[in-house]
Design a protein around this ligand. Structure first.
Ligand code: PEP
Length: 250
């Protein structure tokens, strides 16, 4: 990992119940976190209030899994960044591959949403990554360039952004990228940011890896030079596994 503070996000996705969220919060509260880690949990919207009231905020910050592209208004079913800020939620995910694939979110839509969230005062975990077909056809860097360029075109304050590289073929599949595969892409993304955003932004930007990270594979990945943390799906639903992954940065 680079010198930036190690960052680990837990994406609970559309999982959980009142009972299981209570259990997970209790497990997380009993965990011991390294002082050098920034840990964030992203529950489904409906449980955010409970989690905010019961999760130890000295250990874990809160994220929403999504927000609307703009401000309040006639957007039935949506929740705006302004409302999340009003409620006290500091982080939001943008562009998770499930939203890109299942909700048709384009690079431009994701970038506009991320930029609006940042300008509303939120911090954003912006997710990018290629599919297996794109990897197999040799277009990984072309795909990532387009996803990153859309973000570069819209976002003005990069101090509030974490980039999550999540190869789609690794998400929820149990097929984790090898440390070398992940490092290759993270180093590429760092160079991209150096060229487009300047050295100081690129040096401090957290580039985190997501895709089948668990308590057994996290250490090796965390040792790679340009891996500054993780975005965790399945393993974030088990308190002890998530705490182990949070502590993988050393
Ligand atoms: C994710 O949803 O961002 C993710 C990486 O999922 P998993 O850890 O389950 O692969």
């Amino acid at each position: 990992a680079s010198n930036a503070k190690f960052f680990v996000g837990g994406n609970w996705k559309c999982n959980g119940s009142v009972a299981s969220v209570r259990t997970l919060v209790d497990e997380l509260n009993s965990g011991v976190l390294n002082s050098g880690v920034e840990a964030v949990c992203a529950p489904p919207f409906i449980y955010i209030d409970y989690v905010m009231q019961h999760l130890d905020s000295k250990k874990f910050a809160l994220a929403a899994q999504n927000c609307w592209i703009g401000g309040n208004g006639a957007f039935t079913g949506e929740i705006s960044a302004e409302q999340l800020i009003d409620f006290g939620v500091p982080w939001v995910l943008a562009g998770h591959s499930e939203r890109r694939a299942l909700n048709g979110e384009s690079n431009e839509f994701v970038a506009k949403k991320a930029a609006h969230a940042v300008s509303s005062g939120m911090s954003v975990i912006a997710c990018i990554g290629e599919t297996l077909d794109q990897r197999n056809s040799g277009s990984v860097f072309k795909v990532l360039d387009a996803q990153m360029q859309a973000l570069v075109d819209e976002i003005t304050d990069w101090s509030k952004v974490v980039i999550a590289y999540e190869p789609v073929w690794a998400i929820g599949t149990g097929v984790v990228a090898s440390p070398a595969q992940a490092q290759e892409v993270h180093a590429y993304l760092r160079k991209f940011c150096q060229a487009k955003l300047g050295l100081s932004v690129a040096d401090t930007l957290r580039i985190i890896y997501g895709g089948s990270v668990n308590d057994a594979n996290c250490k090796e990945l965390a040792h790679m030079e340009d891996i500054d943390g993780f975005l965790v799906g399945g393993a974030s639903l088990k308190g002890c596994s998530f705490v182990t992954i949070c502590n993988a940065g050393g």
